[in-house]
Design a protein around this ligand. Sequence first.
Ligand code: ADP
Ligand code: MG
Length: 608
Amino acid sequence: MSVIGASPAVGLFCVPRSPPRDIHRFRMAVRSSAVSVAPIFTKLKHECATPLPLLRHVADAMAADMRAGLAVDGGSDLKMILSYVDSLPTGYVCIYVYMYVSSGIGVPCHFDPNSLGGKQERVIDTEFEQVSIPQELMFGTSEDLFDFIASGLDKFARKEGGKFYLPSGRKREIGFTFSFPVRQTSIDSGILIKWTKGFAVSGTAGRDVVACLNEAMERQGLDMRVSALVNDTVGTLAGARYWDDDVMVAVILGTGTNACYVERTDTIAKLQGHDSSSGRTIINTEWGAFSNGLPLTVFDREMDDASINPGEQIFEKTISGMYLGEIVRRVLLKIAEAGTFGDSIPEKLSTPFVLRTPDISAMQQDNSDDLKAVGSILYDITGVESNLSARKIVIEVCDTIVKRGSRLAGAGIVGILQKMEEDSQGLIFGKRTVVAMDGGLYEHYPQYRRYLQDAVTELLGLEISKNIRFILLQNRQGKTRLAKYYVPLEDSEKHKVEYEVHRLVVNRDPKFTNFVEFRTHKVIYRRYAGLFFSLCVDITDNELAYLECIHLFVEILDHFFSNVCELDLVFNFHKVYLILDEFILAGELQETSKKAIIERMGELEKLE
Ligand code: ADP
Ligand code: MG
C-alpha cells in the first residue's frame, strides 16, 4: 500500500479565514492566583494520546460506519454517497474546462477530447486561476454566490480565449467540482445537503447546485454548461488515475476533509436501480461527519459548541486545517490564564480563529535554539510575548494537536482499506494499492504528513506498508555517503548490507541490467560518475519506476548543488537527507514532481 501525493488539484476560489462569529470583546487579564501550567499540559497530552489500540479502534469504527452507511441511507454518520462515476478514466474524456469550486485554489484543466493517446497527450494544458470568495458572500444568498462564481468563470474563459479548440455549435462544457456534501442524483445534478467549512449561504441547501450554476451562467449570458458534477474528492481520485492505475482511495486534507474510494457495487445494499457495467463505483464517504471513538478534550467541545454546526463534522473538526490552529489557540488561552505568558492576556489571543493552521505549521518549522520565529509569529498573531520556556510549551501544544489529528486521519485511511479488504480478500492488502492525497494541509505541513504516514505504517505493519527497504549512496571505494533504512536493522546488520551491496553493484558488468537479486529482495542501482545509488525493494516491484526515482533524486540534488559531486554530499548531508525525506517517506515514494519538491525545499530554506 502506498500513499502518494497526487496533485492534479483543481479548484477556483479561496476562502477568507476566520469566520466572524463569536468575536470576543476585549478581555483583560483574569488571572486568579498563579496556576501551574504543568497539570493542564499533562492532561492535554493524556487526552490527546493516540496509542495503537486507540487507532485500531478508530479504524474498525470507520470500517463499521462505512458498512452501515452503505446498507441504508441514514444508517450511520457517514453518508456514503454514490458518485455516479462508475468508469474511471482510462481513455476518452470529454471535458473542455475542468473546474471546481471550493474554498480552495483554482486549476481549470483542458482535456483534449479527441486525443486517445498516452497520459501526457490527454491533458493538453492546465491553467491556474485563484480567486478569493469575499467573506460576505459566505453568509449571503445563493444567487449572489453563484453569480460571483459565474463571473469568475467568464473572466477566466475570456482570458484563455481561442487557445483551445472547440467544435462549432458546442457549448463549453464544465466539470464542476464542488467540495461540500451533495446528494448526487445523476452525473449532472446533485442536491446540496448542507454547507460546511464555515459557509452559511442561504437558499442553497436542498437545491441542485448544477442548476444553481447553470442559472447563474444564463443570467450572465455565458456560453457554458455544466456537464458533470464531480465531488472534489472524487475528482482527485479520477485525476490520480491518469497517473497511476492502482489508485483506489483519495483523501483530501485541506480546510476541510473528505475521502472517497472505489467500491464493488454488489456490496452496496442501498443501491437500487443503478446499473454499473464496470461493477464498481466511487463512493464519497463524507467522512468529516465521523465521530466514533475520537479522543476529544474540553477545547474541542467548546470549539464545537461555538461553531455554526454544533455536534456535526466532529472528525473534520479534529483533523482538518480549518480547526487545528483554533484548537491550539484555545489551549494557549487556557495556559495564558495560568500565567505562562506573563500577567496579562492579550486581546488578540481571545479572538476565535486568529491563529491559523499555517501559523502553527510555521512555528513548528523553527529549528533555532532560541525559537525566535516562534516568538515573533506568536507575538504578531496573538500578541503574546514569550520567553524560551513558554515557546517550548507552545510548540509542544501545536505538536500534540497536530499529532492527534494526523494520526486519526491515518487511522481513517486504514479503516477504508480495511473495509475494502474485508470484501475482497487479498485484493487490497495482497497487491499494491495507492491512496491519492491532496489538500493544502497535507501538502504544506511536513509534521502532519509524517505523523499520518507513521500511523498508517504502525497500523498496517511494516511489511505491508513499505516498498523501499533501504537506500544507499556509495562511492566506488565502498564508502557509504548516505544510508537510509526504512526497516529496522541492527548496526552490525547494516554494515553487512552496505558491504554486500557495494560488492554486488561495483563488480557487476555494465552490460547487464541495473537490477540484481539481493537476498530475498532485489537491488535497483544506477551509477553516476563514481557514485552508486542503490535501492532495495521487493522482488515483484517495478524496476523502471525505481530507476526513474533514482534519477529524479539525482536531478534534484543537481538543482541544489549545481552539478552535484561527492563532496557536496559529504558537507551537506543534512540537506541531502531533507531532500530525500521530501520524496520518499517511510519507504514510500511521496512525490514525483520535481517542481513540487524544489518548491517545498525552497519553503523550508526560507524558514532556516
Ligand atoms: P480547500 O481545502 O479549502 O479546498 P486547500 O486544499 O488548498 O483548500 O487547503 C487549504 C488549507 O490547507 C488551509 O485552510 C490550511 O488549513 C491548510 N494549509 C495551507 N497552507 C498551510 C501550511 N503552510 N501549513 C499548514 N497548513 C496549511
Ligand atoms: Mg480543496
